[in-house]
Write a protein that binds this ligand. Structure first.
Ligand code: VGL
Ligand code: ZN
Length: 203
C-alpha cells in the first residue's frame, strides 16, 4: 500500500512563544523529523501543509473570528519551525489563503486529494499541529476521501481552548476509523511491511 506523509502546520506561530502557541508544540519536531527522514530515505511522498493567512483573515478576532492574528503569509510566524527537516522533493500545501474562508483541513481549497490520487497513494500518516483543529480536520478528510489514516501520537499536540479538547479530538478521530500509533512503531511497521528501508528504533 503506497503511503504518503502529511506534516500539518508545524509553524512558528503554533509553537511556544508564537502568536497562537500550542503548549509543547515544538516537541512534535523531533518525532516528525524521524518520520520525514524515514519517508525521504524511502523516496515516499511527503507533504507539508501550512496555515497561510492574509492579514485580514476572517479567523482573526479583529474580524469576528476566534483567534489572534497568526500565520500571516510571508511573516516570521508563518515560517516552519527552524529545526523541521524539509526535504527538497517534498510538496508544500498552503491553506486558508483567502480572507473570507477558514480551512483547518489540508484538503480544503487545495489540490491535496488530486496530488495524492495522481501518486496512487492509498494510506497516509499524519503528524503536526494542532491535534484539535488542523490535524483532526485533515485526518478526518483524508479518511473520508478513502485513505487509510494513521496519526503519529507522539508527533501531535493540541490547543486545548477547552481543557481535554485534544483528548476528545483523538477519540472523535478513532470513532471515525482513524488509527493511532507512535512514530517509532509506525516506522518499524512500515519498514517491515512495505519493504521500506528497515531501520528499527531500539527504544
Ligand atoms: C490551526 C487554529 C487556527 C491549526 C490553524 O493549524 O490547527 N488552529 N488556525
Ligand atoms: Zn489559522
Amino acid at each position: 500500500m503506497k503511503t504518503a506523509l502529511l506534516i500539518v502546520d508545524i509553524q512558528q506561530d503554533f509553537c511556544p512563544g508564537g502568536a497562537l502557541g500550542v503548549e509543547e508544540g515544538d516537541r512534535v519536531v523531533e518525532p516528525a523529523n524521524r518520520l520525514i527522514q524515514f519517508f525521504e530515505a524511502n523516496r515516499w511522498p511527503i507533504f507539508f501543509t501550512r496555515d497561510w493567512h492574509p492579514a485580514n483573515h476572517c479567523s482573526f478576532a479583529e474580524n469576528g473570528g476566534p483567534w489572534p492574528p497568526h500565520c500571516i503569509a510571508k511573516t516570521a510566524g508563518a515560517a516552519f519551525h527552524p529545526d523541521l527537516c524539509i526535504p527538497e522533493e517534498s510538496t508544500l500545501v498552503s491553506k486558508a489563503t483567502q480572507p473570507d474562508q477558514e480551512a483547518y483541513s489540508g484538503f480544503e481549497g487545495t489540490d491535496l486529494k488530486g496530488q495524492l490520487d495522481r501518486l496512487k497513494i492509498e494510506s497516509v500518516v499524519v503528524a503536526g499541529l494542532a491535534t484539535d483543529y488542523c490535524v483532526k480536520k485533515t485526518a478526518l478528510d483524508a479518511h473520508r476521501a478513502g485513505f487509510q489514516v494513521t496519526v503519529a501520537t507522539d508527533a501531535i499536540r493540541g490547543v486545548n481552548v477547552v481543557p481535554e479538547d485534544a483528548r476528545r479530538a483523538i477519540i472523535h478521530m478513532q470513532v471515525r476509523g482513524v488509527n493511532f500509533a507512535e512514530s517509532a512503531d509506525l516506522i518499524n511497521r512500515l519498514g517491515a511491511k512495505e519493504g521500506g528501508l528497515f531501520r528499527p528504533f531500539a527504544d
